[in-house]
Design a protein around this ligand. Sequence first.
Ligand code: UDP
Length: 240
Amino acid sequence: SNSSYKWRRVLLKVSGEALAGDQAQNIDPKVTMAIAREVAAVTRLGIEVAIVVGGGNIFRGSSWAGCSGLDRSSADYIGMLATVMNAIFLQATMESIGIPTRVQTAFRMSEVAEPYIRRRAVRHLEKGRVVIFAAGTGNPFFTTDTAAALRCAEINAEVMLKGTNVDGVYNDNPKHNPNASLLETITYQDVISRDLSVMDMTAITLCQENNIPGKLHLYLFILFLLSTCGFVKLIWCYDI
Ligand code: UDP
């Protein structure tokens, strides 16, 4: 039984940037393997894990839109396809170490993955399979952060964890301001009013409206840390 843990079902957002690690290539297999191992450790505890993958390591729609006549929607569809590449890579890595994994895409690509079907995703999770949600929300003008908040609410995950290459939420950009300090807890309202770029605002407000992870605190987001050398520390595990 997993009743002794704080969370029964978690949604992990893995950004594309994190997957790139410190490699020149788009994906660092050391990172995907590290993530796979950590996820394996968590599923072994009986905790259900769903993952939303980003695609920024391969293609980010917003930075290409407008270039040589590429409209935003087309650019975003390319970005969504990029997330599918990451999802399949991550799935293959997880299955190579014996974690049963399903990929579900927000738009149909039935030869490579299942279409997103909420009830089916939940069933997979109940059976102990990891479900990777790909292609974001399926809509241009959104991000995979928003997709993560959306899927988190849909599958009733208790918490959304964001795996990225920073160690948490700072009161300012630590890359530019050496005095920026790490915040332990923060409310959604603070994120919005202080314009902290933790996630995009659509994702933040979706979490706020749906009380993810509850108590209007964002602190659980920051518990998953990826260092640039590709080593993953599973801080979120300590808190369950
Ligand atoms: N994207 C989109 N709709 C979505 C999710 C993603 O159009 O619901 C596109 C968008 O162009 C985005 C790209 O997919 O730039 C990759 O996703 P994102 O930038 O969120 O990835 P991450 O920053 O997590 O690597």
